[in-house]
Design a binder for this molecule. Sequence first.
Ligand SMILES: [Zn+2]
Ligand SMILES: [Zn+2]
Length: 438
Amino acid sequence: MPLGGTGEIGMNLNLYGHHGQWLMVDCGITFDEPLVPGDDQRFRVLCADPSFIAGQKENLAGIVITHAHEDHIGALAHLWPRLQAPVYTTPFTAEVLRRKLAQTGLSVRVPIIEVDAGDSVAVGVFNITWLPITHSIPEPFAMTIATPVGTVFHTADWKIDPDPGIGQRFNSKAFEQLGSQNILAMVCDSTNALKAGHSISEKCAYEGLRETIAPLTGRVVVTCFASNVARLLALATIARQTGRYMAVLGRSLENMVSIARVTGYWPQDVELIDPSHLGYLPKEEVLAVATGSQGESRAALHRLAYDNHFALNLDGGDTVVFSAMVIPGNEQSVERLVRQFEQRNVNVILSESSTHPIHSSGHPCKDELKAMYQWVRPQIAIPVHGEAEHIEANARVARLSGVNKHFAGRNGDLYQLAPQPMLKRQAIKTGRVIVQAE
Ligand SMILES: [Zn+2]
Ligand SMILES: [Zn+2]
């Protein structure tokens, strides 16, 4: 039963129930409309209303966090006092979580059980096995959730990436093996289900960025999602190859680099310079990576656009590269930044209009969905992680891939899987609660 993330993009929160117990998978946030209409500077951070499960927290056996993206982990520090269940996750995600918990003073109270690829752990009546997959952050995991009445395959966020830059390459073997295990239901990411073909590899984004940056002669600023550590390492390699020094600008990037260092994802010989040194370098030796690809008003890129960043001033002939897509809803704030840069003759390269691929999505397109359905051969397809049209599109791919039964539902629906599969629409009331108002 999804409380969040099904019928919308963001704030994923899924509950699995069996024999009077519940298992929570993910606990994320989303961003709301501006508090003041037309004012895109002040957003509210929201998450799924947990009342249904908080009201019976004694039945919650555990909380699993699949990976460290905010739409999967962002609300846990806020909601945990109402849930009070042990948290199961992998080391990188655990480090991200510990830092969030430290900010709320909860870190000592929350039991975090670290698991790894291939581990099987009994959480109450649920037997969970973590399966490595590829996405756009270190340590993405799919999982099987087994009970005596059937096994669910929960993909979480994924793509098929033969060269993800960090972690193992995509390996279909584990999923092919599921094909002979009579999987009852496959609960699957729908984000890119409207897109034909196959997502591009992280390696292609690296090559595209290298082709884009190599001929540039002025300062280069690249903005991307802080949690894409593979992308950050690719940029560090490009800096070295093109005779530039790299610095990261913005707190979430500094935090992510620090987490990557302590969890072993950041090689010791990959050096960054202090941002305050950028101003002393010849412009052709500058490569800055900045937060704020969505036009966020307090992020480094915004300060660069309005020329009030403490460490760096851009001039005509410098270039800003958006190595990220614009999330629907953020178009206006991004456009405003682009205009600001262009007024000052700073070149802007957007991933949507770039000649080289400079961003790769972390979610599966139609061909990848099809391959996964054909490997796993579940009895029932349950598309989640998307708006209604993405969910419908994912269900169509399932049907074309030979999965005859699918449930296209939304938050608050109860997907009964056994003994008699049926979708009970709006079994409970769902809603959103405020995590933070800015
Ligand atoms: Zn994700
Ligand atoms: Zn996600």
